[in-house]
Design a protein around this ligand. Structure first.
Ligand SMILES: [Zn+2]
Length: 68
């Protein structure tokens, strides 16, 4: 599981890869902010990228770790 910070709205979100069982189909797929729907960037994937909002717990964890 990976976290990313949106370029536009500065919210953190979670990225997970949805992999398809087909070799050799790596393409650039967009990573879209679940808050403002902005395409942040594109990354190569076998399938596509799912993004979702953080739970309160995850948000807290990230905020704390960034203060170190
Ligand atoms: Zn955003």
């Amino acid at each position: 599981m990976e976290y990313e910070k949106c370029n536009k709205c500065d919210e953190y979100f979670v990225i997970t890869e949805h992999k398809l069982q087909m070799p050799g189909t790596k393409e650039r797929e967009p990573i879209i902010c679940p808050y403002c729907k902005e395409i942040n960037y594109e990354r190569v994937s076998n399938g596509w990228w799912n993004t979702r909002k953080l739970t309160e717990e995850e948000k807290e964890k990230i905020t704390n770790s960034n203060q170190d």
